[in-house]
Design a protein around this ligand. Structure first.
Ligand SMILES: Cc1cc2nc3c(=O)[nH]c(=O)nc-3n(C[C@H](O)[C@H](O)[C@H](O)COP(=O)(O)OP(=O)(O)OC[C@H]3O[C@@H](n4cnc5c(N)ncnc54)[C@H](O)[C@@H]3O)c2cc1C
Length: 449
């Protein structure tokens, strides 16, 4: 019996197994080909653990709008998703596209991954920014649907079985050899590598183009005393990433300060682009445009002076707008004292004769962009994905097939593809798993015919 081995029982591995087994079964209904066995080798004691950890246990399993340009190696992702859509529609893909334009059917509409989950019985709902979660609000809901489909497809799940090396067919053996950590070895006719972001070259047949892996999509460490003072404070703000005088990216959302730096989705997303030496600029007041911040503060000081019946100080102006520790940091960064009267109003009334009007400009500047020099990832344990893996140039986008090694496929994060938060990483894992599973089944089928 021919065997398809899937290394890794995570998101990509499980969809690959279902797709391979279902495609093989479909083929066996036709006269001719012999049956195919599909086996998942999983290092841990059960499959799908990594799925259960996603989305804080809720599993943000996809996004309503998949834009390939959000992904690292977006052209590869665009080409792969186009093929998947064509498969779902039962048509030949129009050609491997290197742009996202071919995917115009996707934004806002159903797609092949969502169809797969709908067929599997999953019901979901959409939250902000198109994030899709199972209706039951638990990742187990997603895994349960996959498990039922794995069982129906007759997939073998072999747990506690870490594969250490995959040897390509050669002179000694016409099939793949899988060397397991416990000394066992297994043979297979096609192999799908779905081990996630921890993929290492030593697992793979020698010579595969590989991009060194590094953890990303996590909190950022900065060289500044301010985060320590703001530890655990959350701000609904925006973060900008600056490289010299160039703005690299801006993200709105929750900014969470940690002793070492900045966390939260905005920081996670910027971590994919950040390099040591870049600067983060924290915008504590995104509702006010940068050019209007000076006037906003001056007018606020005027209004408060009238209500409080004394010339407004900086403590007065920042109170009620930001938390006290944030105000303290902003004033320190702007070299302004809290009890100092705002210079735009009442300067002549203040005890110390008032401050120069530059104090308004200085506070406006830090309020709209407190600068924090980036040193790297803050806490690797919180990172959600790895950058790097098998270079996409080595892969056929339509199947994840390694061009140089017939019968070998790569799916999910093991390929050099990653994306921001929002369900995009899991979407890629499911999509590339489906393609690799079908690709592997087709190879086996081809070998029979
Ligand atoms: C805390 C956290 C939360 C996340 N939340 C989200 C989210 O809400 N939405 C989203 O889109 N993405 C999220 N991600 C990212 C997402 O989980 C991954 O991108 C996705 O799981 C990748 O799927 P994969 O199948 O390629 O790898 P994985 O899901 O990591 O699966 C790999 C599997 O292979 C097994 N394995 C590894 N090496 C071997 C070996 N040598 N032999 C046998 N088995 C092996 C592992 O045990 C694992 O089961 C999150 C990630 C983390 C860490």
């Amino acid at each position: 019996m021919k065997t398809i081995a899937i290394i890794g029982g995570g998101a990509a591995g499980l969809t690959a197994a279902i797709a391979a087994a279902e495609a093989a079964r479909k083929a066996t209904e036709a006269p001719g080909p012999a049956p195919v066995s599909v086996t998942v080798y999983e290092a841990s004691d059960r499959v799908g653990r990594s799925i259960l950890a996603t989305g804080n246990g809720r599993c943000n399993f996809s996004n309503a709008v998949i834009e390939p340009e959000l992904y690292r190696n977006g052209a590869h992702v665009a080409a792969a998703l186009e093929v998947l859509e064509a498969q779902a529609a039962g048509v030949e893909p129009s050609g491997v596209s290197s742009t996202s334009e071919a995917l115009s059917v996707l934004p806002g509409g159903p797609n092949a991954v969502l169809s797969f989950f709908a067929e599997s019985g999953l019901v979901w709902r959409e939250e902000g920014e198109g994030r899709l979660y199972p209706l039951a609000n638990k990742a187990t809901s997603v895994l349960d649907c996959l498990r039922a489909r794995l069982e129906a497809a007759g997939v073998n799940l072999v747990c506690d079985s870490a594969v250490e090396a995959i040897e390509a067919p050669g002179e000694r053996c016409a099939r793949f050899t899988l060397r397991l950590a416990d000394g066992r070895f297994e043979r297979a006719d096609a192999v799908i590598v779905a081990v996630g972001g921890r993929v290492a070259p030593r697992l793979l047949p020698a010579g595969l183009p590989f991009v060194k892996t590094a953890l990303t999509l996590g909190p950022l460490a900065v060289k500044s005393p301010y985060p320590r003072q703001l530890d655990n404070i959350r701000v609904r703000g925006a973060l900008e990433l600056w490289r010299g005088t160039s703005l690299v990216a801006r993200e709105r959302g929750e900014v969470m300060f940690r002793k070492y730096g900045v966390s939260g989705i905005a920081a996670f997303n910027l971590s994919r682009l950040a390099q040591p030496g870049d600067e983060l600029a924290v915008d504590f007041l995104p509702v006010v445009a940068g050019a209007e911040a000076f006037a906003f503060l001056a007018e606020r000081a005027c209004a408060l002076s009238a209500v409080l019946d004394h010339p407004a100080t900086w403590d007065d102006v920042l109170r009620g707008m930001v938390l006290a520790p944030v105000a303290e940091v902003l004033l320190k960064a702007a070299s302004v004292r809290g009890e100092q009267v705002v210079s735009a109003v009442g300067a002549s009334d203040s005890a110390d004769g008032g401050a120069a009007s530059s104090d308004v400009a200085a506070v406006a500047a830090v309020l709209k962009g407190l600068r924090l020099p980036v040193t790297g990832i803050g806490d690797e344990r919180q990172c959600q994905v790895h950058r790097g893996g098998v270079a996409v140039e080595a892969l056929d986008a339509a199947t994840g097939r390694v061009r140089a090694v017939p019968g070998l496929f790569v799916a999910g994060e093991a390929a050099d593809v990653d994306a921001p938060c929002g369900g995009y990483n899991l979407h890629w894992a499911w999509a590339s798993g489906l393609l690799a599973g079908r690709g592997a089944a087709a190879v086996i089928e081809g070998a029979h015919s």
